[in-house]
Design a protein around this ligand. Structure first.
Ligand SMILES: *Cc1c(COP(=O)(O)O)cnc(C)c1O
Length: 401
């Protein structure tokens, strides 16, 4: 039986040659390849500056710090995300205050954001979840009226675009103050591990470059190439959040073919939507007219009151060779955030939270986790794999028609 994984990194000769080139060069940590990946990605996304770091989690943490978030502050974000989103807020010393999501985008609900802002809120961290753009324009309007900086967790969203006043703009331009991307293999472009920050502010870009490398006043690349003796200073306590040149070299050919990668993924998503339009067990995702999603993940909603559980659906898919996952988790339902004093969803606990039940302010998030399933969609997928996914989902749906 054919087995379809949830993702398979599409790396080939271009990436192998790139790694070989870096090894032969004798410079393998952060250096010219990182600088080139930054320039090329900034151009591809329409941002003035891009800064590579070790992963998206530390990218978000650095962004929060550089945006001015301090210990004891509140950061409004979503619970409905990979746990790294909430963890990055905690790493920056702040408390995550969770807003609910909109059911169609899986991203922050602007109305819920308004009610989650506290007098200690110093940043808003929204997520373009599974590559679907959140309602960033409405979020920006709220943030601007309150003077609060917005950081976009765009870990999943490289290549996704939104329509702004009739023109398509890629996520990461950025629309907020900073946007953060991940190059983990589960994402659309991968370097094994890796992260990237985009900004249009040159001073901020310089600051990120300083902080990712121990606040070393003169980078090692500059000292290495200098014929003069130079001594560097360390101007403040900082971090090692570098990406290596080996990693950056793997990313560059993928950024070069980003348009093709997105086109291929969108064609598979269209095939799924067409092929699954007649069945009624699952609701197929509908793209807003002002969004062009990269389909980092393809999520199906189990119809309300369906005669089959999420667990049974997932088990059927596994049994028939289709890797799948349940909906995105909610940080507030994980053990790490079980202690309610470490997070908030508003000023006072709701009756649900107080009684250990459902959080009344995060009902859409809780429903999304428990009614959504993810099916395989990745570039490089064969037609046989794609067709096996469709046949399996349709056969399952037919049992409950
Ligand atoms: C994957 C992911 C992250 C973390 O990315 P890493 O590069 O693995 O640190 C953060 N936020 C979201 C929404 C993600 O999907």
């Amino acid at each position: 039986m054919i087995r379809v994984p949830i993702v398979r990194p599409a790396l080939g000769k271009a990436e192998q040659d790139a790694v070989a080139r870096v090894i032969a060069s004798g410079w393998i940590t952060q250096g010219p390849e990182v600088a080139a990946l930054e320039t090329e990605t900034a151009a591809a996304l329409g941002a003035a500056h891009a800064v590579c770091v070790s992963n998206a989690t530390v990218a978000i943490e650095l962004c929060l710090r550089v945006a001015g978030v301090k210990r004891g502050d509140d950061v409004v974000t979503v619970s409905h995300s990979f746990i790294a989103t909430a963890n990055a807020v905690v790493a920056a010393g702040a408390r995550p205050v969770f807003a609910d999501i909109d059911a169609d985008t899986y991203g922050m609900s602007p109305a819920s954001l308004e009610s989650a802002i506290t007098d200690r809120t110093t940043a808003i961290l929204c997520v373009h979840q599974i590559g679907i753009p959140c309602n960033i324009q409405a979020i920006m309007r709220i943030a601007k009226s309150r003077g609060i900086p917005v950081i976009e967790d765009a870990a999943c969203a490289i290549g996704t675009a939104i329509n702004v006043d009739g023109a398509w703009q890629r996520i990461g331009r950025p629309h907020g103050l900073f946007a953060c991307f991940s190059f983990h293999p589960r994402k659309v472009v991968t370097t094994g591990d890796g992260g990237l920050i985009t900004t249009n502010d040159e001073t901020m870009a310089t600051r990120f470059r300083l902080l990712r490398q121990h606040a070393m006043s003169i980078p090692d690349t500059v000292r290495h190439n200098s014929s003069q003796v130079v001594f560097e200073d360390y101007t403040e306590p900082a971090w090692n959040y570098r990406m290596t040149d080996l990693q950056a070299a793997v990313g560059r050919p993928q950024i070069a073919r980003l348009d093709e990668i997105i086109a291929e993924r969108r064609a598979i998503a269209k095939h799924y939507a067409d092929a699954l339009s007649a069945q009624t067990l699952f609701l197929v995702p509908k793209e807003r007219p002002d969004a062009r999603t990269n389909w980092q993940t393809y999520a199906l909603r189990i119809r309300p009151n369906a005669p089959v559980s999420q667990r049974e659906v997932l088990q059927y898919l596994v049994d028939h060779g289709v890797a799948s996952k349940r909906g995105i988790s909610n940080a507030h339902q994980e053990i790490a955030y079980r202690d309610r004093s470490t997070w908030a969803c508003g000023q006072t606990p709701c009756a649900g939270c107080a009684s250990g039940g459902r959080c009344e302010r995060l009902l859409v998030s809780e429903d999304a986790r428990d009614s959504t399933i993810m099916i395989p969609l990745f570039h490089g997928m064969t037609e046989a794999e794609r067709d096996h996914v469709v046949t399996t989902v349709k056969t399952l749906a037919a049992k409950y028609a």
